[in-house]
Design a protein around this ligand. Sequence first.
Ligand code: SF4
Ligand code: SF4
Length: 193
Amino acid sequence: MRADDPKLKRLEPPRLTTWEKFFLPAIAEGLGVTAKHMAGVIFANKAITVQYPEEQHIPSPNYRGVHRLNKDEHGRVKCVACMLCATACPAHCIDIVGATAPPTWPDREKYPESFVIDELRCIYCGMCEEACPVEAIELTGLYDLTGLTREQMIFDKSKLLSVYDVTRHHEPMRYGRSPAGQAPETKILPPLE
Ligand code: SF4
Ligand code: SF4
């Protein structure tokens, strides 16, 4: 579309009132939220923190944590090395090396010989999961991701498949095995090796 196109709709930035220019409404709104939580703690004994790690935080069902590579019903990696997730990734943290699928895998042409995600570069946006045509990559409810070196935070194929092994009973594949209309169940998961 050209800049002088008559169909072009120009939007004006909203004009702030003097009151708004001092950010006073936003500050008042923020203080209101703080006061609401303080009142809950003082009068209703409603804790808003947990004593981690003795107590575990349970994330919401749509929480986006550590990735996993799903397996199919034969225990093979579901990924068909189409590269859509790596193309969609805004952080460029997925590296896949595709290879010709073995002759005993007639349902696909390729599979990932190597599949690596740099969990430190990832921004956990979920675009890879959205892009995958075969529901092979998913983000799980695992959030306590730790490592002593940067190398430990680079997950290779075997590690990503092991996340599936750890989570599959708690978090069924979102599109494949979840009962219709139900969010996947999120539970406390054991730490990764
Ligand atoms: S969650 Fe987002 S940033 Fe992380 S690997 Fe997937 S697409 Fe990339
Ligand atoms: S995980 Fe999905 S989107 Fe990514 S390469 Fe494999 S099949 Fe394609």
